[in-house]
Design a protein around this ligand. Structure first.
Ligand code: ADP
Ligand code: MG
Length: 254
């Protein structure tokens, strides 16, 4: 299986006039095509820094990144980035928000805009096409934010604690919805979360980072045996769930 994303010896240091903060140290790992990988680690260990580098918002200081075996700098592939808050513009309708990236990219093909409508109806938002963000629940807004990212056809999706602003009940539902959407669209995804249960229930593998400067402590492949349908709620009831929780908890805290 070719790797969709490979990181080799990534180190990152923030420089300011008064001090240097080493955020990441020698991070290496690979993600396969269509794989869903979660990253967990203590607060401040460099998780967001890593996603910022992958999204091109911070420079690559050392090490290398490849996308589909092509050096990151030369890769034509678009990397989608979804943040903690939905970042929808309150004065624009749901459709206008969903197609915002297309306008920014000066997309002219009507098919791209039709795809936005298709995704809105596929994921239960067709009745809200002309509504404004404040008329939607937090979970629905996160779905719009995901669709806005998906219409740009990203090869890889980066998600930085996308559910942490939602209450527990909504978070379960939305992580279920979003996990299903990502799988259905066959996206390769990298999810940062501080919630071990969320990581176990959504990911194929979980990467545990050490405290700052973040290093890869361990990578745990997840295999849950479902009796019925798979969902984040059902994941929590599988026989293996508690063992994975303990393994990750110990890895984080030792
Ligand atoms: P996480 O997402 O894991 O909580 P971050 O990647 O946001 O961690 O931050 C890693 C470390 O780098 C933290 O100690 C943080 O204070 C520091 N940091 C983050 N952004 C900056 C910045 N712009 N300038 C200086 N230090 C920063
Ligand atoms: Mg963060």
């Amino acid at each position: 299986m070719p790797s969709a994303l490979s990181l080799n010896h990534i180190t990152y240091t923030y420089h300011s006039i008064s001090k240097e903060t080493k955020a990441l140290s020698d991070i290496s790992f690979e993600i396969e095509q269509g794989e869903f990988v979660a990253i967990v680690g203590p607060s401040g260990c460099g998780k967001s820094t890593l996603l910022h580098i992958l999204a091109g918002l911070l420079p690559l200081q050392s090490g290398s990144i490849k996308i589909n075996e092509t050096p990151f700098e030369k890769s034509p592939e678009y990397i989608g980035y979804m943040l903690q808050t939905d970042q929808l513009l309150p004065w624009k309708t749901i459709y206008e928000n969903a197609t915002l990236g297309l306008h920014i990219q000066k997309e002219k093909h009507p098919e791209a805009f039709q795809r936005a409508d298709y995704l809105l109806s596929l994921y239960g938002l067709e009745d809200f096409r002309n509504a404004y963000p404040k008329q939607l629940s937090g979970g629905m807004r996160q779905r719009v934010a995901l669709i806005r990212t998906l219409v740009l056809s990203p090869k890889i999706l980066l998600l930085d604690e996308p559910f942490s602003a939602l209450d527990y009940q909504t978070r379960l539902q939305v992580s279920n919805d979003i996990g299903q959407i990502i799988r259905k669209e066959h996206k390769t995804a990298l999810l940062v979360t501080h919630d071990l249960s969320e990581a176990i229930s959504m990911a194929h593998r979980v990467i545990v980072l050490s405290k700052r400067p973040g290093t890869v402590k361990t990578i745990v492949p997840i295999q849950l045996t479902y009796t019925g349908e798979s969902s984040p709620a059902a994941a929590r009831k599988t026989a293996e769930f508690k063992d994975y929780f303990d393994i990750l908890w110990r890895a984080l805290n030792d």
